[in-house]
Every structure is written in structure tokens, then in C-alpha cells.
Design a protein around this ligand. Structure first.
Ligand code: FAD
Length: 567
């Protein structure tokens, strides 16, 4: 076929590759060496990570021109929102995981999996360097490298200890399934240990003091689950422990669940106080020893709290492989990989990053937004008419849909008010009070680290779906770009930018009560939201197998209570 298509060919070299073979034909006609590439070599996509972002990418990719090499130390997907339930046996660990080889089995995309962790990304040679998981645990150096055409980084994040002494050594984290299993065992072991003879009352109290550090959704949910486990199951089996067990929640800020509506925060704090969960606000942990934890209060005093078990849940930090990669590409001073709105790592053409390890860099976007407002000020007066303002906003929203949300947010209160005014404009040509220079300087102060999007499963999953759709239409959109008009240069971008749709969030508070914050500022708290929580989490399961397992675990718990065996 190559000889037919290129009659001037004198020689053909067939290059055999793992991915189906390729053909490079050399033409020496007219004394020049033209190189023609034919054949059907598939593009190799290396996917790092089998969490929310990676799995959603894998599930939605549907184009046979790719072969996907999945690399992750975890050969399964874990439904993290149910991990707090795993810590107390409300749901079993195996019910919230699904083997990645099941998820990755596809009719029209070649996928394969390697159980390994990537320790180095080399964008220059388009290689990732990996270490097999078995090698990591046995201390042997089982290392290898994998080439890629496209690299999708979805390695998530790790627990953040803020380098506080003693945290790593003495605290439990709640990030992985193994962590949840470890916590479950330790809780039950603590009750057994406190039941042994010849212990002082004080020692029993210390052993049964459970401290949770961090008043975010995970810390709060764990504290609530633990409270239910203790009150509904453990005190019946360990009656002597009833008056000794204590749960304390330490939070450095002035309130817990600060990312939720004020009504939810207030309800949660009141409920915890009624339940006897001791919420210590404004308490900053400074050190963790083997048997006590030191916390600084807002007044400057330091208290030492004896504990039996600590669960550390204060947020996320960067994984070493991402830190190393960021250094290589000049992003060393950041906390997460900066990408553009198309999820492409800044400065790296074929590398994409999504989920908790990445953040969309907004600084360039803000520069463009500034430029649009300057352009709208046609008479250079430094102010805009409402109509000009509205037109500028329309322009921005077409190019950068995600900025619309930000400008309407509380942080940009002035703009948000103007927008409302512009929407209600009766057509009169009054000037708006937008001082363009002031506005531009406000935008330029927007920290490039601003996370327009929270680090949640919802964001990670939507990014995975978006990127898979981009990959599916890569060739088509190369020819017919469909994205917004380019600010710099001519034409359009290949794809529309990523746009996040917030579907709401839940905060389970124990006692079959959940707080739900749904789109449109709709807040619902109580038993009805708990049923909504059950239905949403059942429907969001990655497979029918896990859906059936999770629902039957909930029923088992309703009928028989939680299992308190220490295995
Ligand atoms: P992850 O899901 O963490 O996946 C990262 C993947 O990368 C893993 O497979 C990991 O093994 C792999 N990996 C790690 N290092 C490497 C390496 N070096 N090389 C290759 N692979 C690697 N979000 C919500 O929206 N709602 C909730 O209710 C909610 N509850 C949560 C409860 C808990 C207890 C936790 C811990 C998180 C919760 N989250 C929730 C947050 C949510 O889980 C994360 O935002 C989400 O997991 C991020 O997805 P990801 O794919 O970026 O990372």
C-alpha cells in the first residue's frame, strides 16, 4: 500500500512495536530523503493512579486508537466517601473496592495494568520510572521504565502532617482502605485493653480517649461514626467502659465544617455537644507524644491531653513524585501541579493532571480577564457603562466559563453586586462604579494557588470524564476546533475548557442524621437527608457488585448491629 500511495519510494523499513506495528517509508526520489509514516500504531496513554480521577478517565475512554497502560500501587478503586463507615464496620472494606482489572476491561480500548508506583516522570524522554509494589515491600529494587505518548497523572495526594513532631509516628490517618481497617482494629483493641485487670482508672480513661484532629468533613464524619459505634454497639458489650470512653475533636479554626453553610456548622456543633463529643475549637496541635498530645489554644496557653488513639485528618499534601516533577518543570514553589483549563500541565504538551494532585492555574486567566475589561472601556474613561460591563462579562463567560462562578462569588463581592445590577438593567446608560484599574489590581492579586475547585471526589471524577471525552475526540477536534476563541493568536482552542458542576455535598453527623448542601443554596439537615445520602451513595457505586455489597452491609448493620471482632 505504501508503494502504491508513494510511487517514488525506493525503500521501506517496517518497524515492529508492541502496539501493533508501524511503517516508516523512506523515499529517495530527487535525491532527498522524505520520511513518511504510515501504519496504525496506537497512541500509548500511561495513566498513573486508580483513584477517582484515574478510574473515571478509564471508564469513559472509548476510542480504539489508544492503548492504555495503567500504573498504580493499588490494583483497585476505593470508594473513599465510605471509608469513615469502614472504620467502625458499618460497611466492610471489601464492599467499597472494585478491582481495576474489572473496571479496565473494555471492548474497544486495549488496557493493561502494572502494580507499581511511579517515582520519576521524565518529560524530556517521555518516560515514567516505576518501582514494583512487591519490590517496595520486600526492599528489592524492582524498577523499570515505561514510554508514553500521553501521560495522565492522577496520583492524588497524601495526608498532610504539617511536619508537626510525632504525628507520623503516633497518629492514624484516614486516607486509604488499610487506614480504615487499622482504625477499626485499634478501636476494638482499645476496648479490650481497657478491660484488662490491674489497670488504674486513669489509665483506662486514657486508653478510651479517642482524639480526632481536624474538623473538616472527614474528621467530623469519623467522630460521628465512632460515637454511634460506641453508643449503639460497644457499650453493650463493654458495660464498664460506658462512663470512661471519651471522644474529643480538635480544630484549629473557630468552627468545624467551615466549608459548609453556617446553618450546617451550627447544627453540627450543637449536635456534637448534645452527644457528648468534646469539640475544642481554636486548638492547634503542636506536638504528639506516645501518650499525650499538646495543643496551643488561641489565648496562647498550651494544654497536654492524654489519649489512647488519635485520628489525624487535617487536609492533604503533595506526593514526592509530584514534588520532584514540579521542580523539574519550574513549579517547585507550588503545592499542586498547575494545569490550564484543559487540564494540560503548564509547559508540557502531552501531560495531563487531574484530581487532588492538580490545580487549574488561574493567573493567566485573570490576566486575560483584565485585558477584556480594558478593551471594553472604549473611551478610556476608566469606567464602564452597564452595557459595556455586561458585554465584557459575556465575552469572559464564553472564553472562561469557570471564571463566571468566581466573579459571582463572595470573594469578588463588588463584581457580584454589579452583575446583579447589570442583569436588572432597564437599558439606561448609567456608568457603573467599576474602576478598571482597581479591578485589575484586585484580579492580579488572585493567588495562582487559588483552588477554584475543592479537592473532592466529585471534582476528580468530573475531570476524568472530561479528559476521556477530549481524548476520544482528539483527532476530530484537531481538524475542527470547538473551544473558545484564543486570546493570544488566531482561531479557537481544540476543546471547551473543563467546567465543574457542583451537585451538592453531604456531612453525615451520626444518629441517622445528615446535613446536605445542594445546588441553589438549598440546605437540608436531619433524617430525610440521611435517606438521600443512602440513595446517592448507593447510586454512585462504581459497579453493581459493590452496590449490592454496600446496601446489604447497611441492612446487616440495621438488623444485627456492627461486628466488634478485632480482626
Ligand atoms: P485518589 O482517589 O487518592 O487516587 C490516587 C491514586 O493514585 C491511587 O490509586 C493511588 O494508589 C495512586 N498513586 C499514588 N501514588 C502513586 C504513584 N507514585 N504512582 C502511581 N500511582 C500512585 N470527596 C467527596 O467528594 N465526597 C466525600 O464524601 C469524600 N469523602 C472522603 C472521605 C475520606 C476518608 C477521604 C480520604 C476522602 C474523601 N473525599 C471525598 C475526597 C476524595 O476521596 C478525593 O478528593 C479523591 O479521592 C481524589 O481523587 P484522585 O483520583 O485525585 O486521588
Amino acid at each position: 500500500k505504501a508503494f502504491q500511495d508513494y510511487p517514488s519510494l525506493s525503500r521501506i523499513i517496517v518497524v515492529s512495536t508492541i502496539s501493533g506495528g508501524g511503517l516508516i517509508a523512506y523515499s529517495e526520489a530527487n535525491g532527498t530523503n522524505a520520511v513518511v509514516e504510515t501504519g496504525t500504531r496506537k497512541k500509548k496513554v500511561v495513566l498513573l493512579g486508580t483513584g477517582w480521577a484515574g478510574t473515571s478517565f478509564l471508564k469513559n475512554l472509548n476510542n480504539s486508537q489508544y492503548e492504555v497502560q495503567i500504573i498504580s500501587p493499588r490494583n483497585y478503586f476505593a470508594f473513599t466517601p465510605l471509608l469513615p463507615s469502614v472504620t467502625c464496620g458499618t460497611v466492610e472494606a471489601r464492599s467499597v473496592v472494585e478491582p481495576i482489572r474489572n473496571i479496565g476491561r473494555k471492548k474497544n480500548v486495549d488496557t493493561s495494568y502494572l502494580e507499581a508506583e511511579c517515582f520519576k516522570i521524565d518529560p524530556a524522554s517521555k518516560k515514567v520510572f516505576c518501582r514494583s509494589k512487591q519490590g517496595v515491600s520486600s526492599g528489592k529494587k524492582e524498577e523499570f521504565s515505561v514510554d508514553y505518548d500521553y501521560l495522565v497523572i492522577a496520583t492524588g495526594a497524601q495526608s498532610n502532617t504539617f511536619n508537626i513532631p510525632g504525628v507520623e509516628e503516633n497518629c492514624h490517618f484516614l486516607k486509604e482502605v488499610e487506614d480504615a481497617q487499622g482504625i477499626r482494629k485499634k478501636v476494638i483493641d482499645s476496648f479490650e485493653k481497657a478491660s484488662l485487670p490491674e489497670l488504674s482508672e486513669e489509665e483506662r480513661k486514657r486508653i478510651l480517649h479517642f482524639v480526632v484532629v481536624g474538623g473538616g468533613p472527614t474528621g467530623v464524619e469519623f467522630a460521628a461514626e465512632l460515637h454511634d459505634f460506641v453508643r449503639e454497639d460497644l457499650v453493650t458489650l463493654y458495660p464498664k467502659a460506658k462512663d470512661l470512653v471519651r471522644i474529643t475533636l480538635l480544630e484549629a479554626a473557630d468552627h468545624i465544617l467551615t466549608m459548609f453553610d453556617k446553618r450546617i456548622t451550627e447544627f453540627a456543633e450543637e449536635k456534637f455537644s448534645r452527644d457528648g463529643i468534646d469539640v475544642k475549637l481554636g486548638s492547634m496541635v503542636t506536638k504528639v507524644n506516645e501518650k499525650d498530645i499538646s495543643a496551643k489554644t488561641k489565648g496562647g496557653g498550651v494544654s497536654s491531653i492524654p489519649y489512647g488513639m488519635i485520628v489525624w485528618s487535617t487536609g492533604i499534601g503533595t506526593r514526592p513524585v509530584i514534588k520532584d516533577f514540579m521542580k523539574q518543570i519550574g513549579q517547585g514553589n507550588r503545592r499542586a501541579l498547575a494545569t490550564d483549563e484543559w487540564l494540560r500541565v503548564e509547559g508540557c504538551d502531552n501531560i495531563y493532571a487531574l484530581g487532588d494532585c492538580a490545580t487549574i492555574n488561574q493567573r493567566k486567566v485573570m490576566e486575560d480577564v483584565s485585558a477584556i475589561f480594558s478593551k471594553a472601556d472604549k473611551d478610556n474613561s476608566g469606567t464602564l457603562t452597564l452595557k459595556e460591563f455586561q458585554e465584557a462579562m459575556d465575552d469572559i463567560c464564553v472564553r472562561y466559563p469557570q471564571v463566571e462562578l468566581y466573579l459571582k462569588s463572595k470573594r469578588m463581592r463588588g463584581i457580584a453586586d454589579l452583575l446583579k445590577e447589570a442583569e436588572a438593567d432597564d437599558g439606561s446608560k448609567k456608568n457603573v462604579e467599576l474602576k478598571i484599574e482597581e479591578f485589575k489590581s484586585a484580579l492580579s492579586q488572585v493567588d495562582s494557588e487559588v483552588k477554584f475547585l475543592p479537592a473532592t471526589a466529585q471534582v476528580a471524577a468530573q475531570q476524568g470524564t472530561y479528559l476521556a471525552k477530549c481524548f476520544d475526540r482528539m483527532e476530530e477536534c484537531e481538524k475542527n476546533p470547538e473551544g473558545p476563541i484564543r486570546m493570544r493568536g488566531e482561531g479557537r482552542h481544540r476543546f471547551r475548557p473543563f467546567r465543574y458542576r457542583h451537585l451538592g455535598s453531604f456531612a453525615p453527623l451520626g444518629g441517622e442524621q445528615t446535613a446536605a448542601e445542594l445546588p441553589g443554596d438549598w440546605v437540608s439537615i436531619g433524617h430525610s437527608s440521611q435517606w438521600l445520602w443512602y440513595s446517592v451513595y448507593a447510586s454512585k457505586q462504581v459497579s453493581w457488585r459493590t452496590r449490592v455489597l454496600v446496601v446489604s452491609d447497611w441492612m446487616r448493620r440495621f438488623i444485627f448491629g456492627r461486628d466488634s471482632s478485632s480482626i
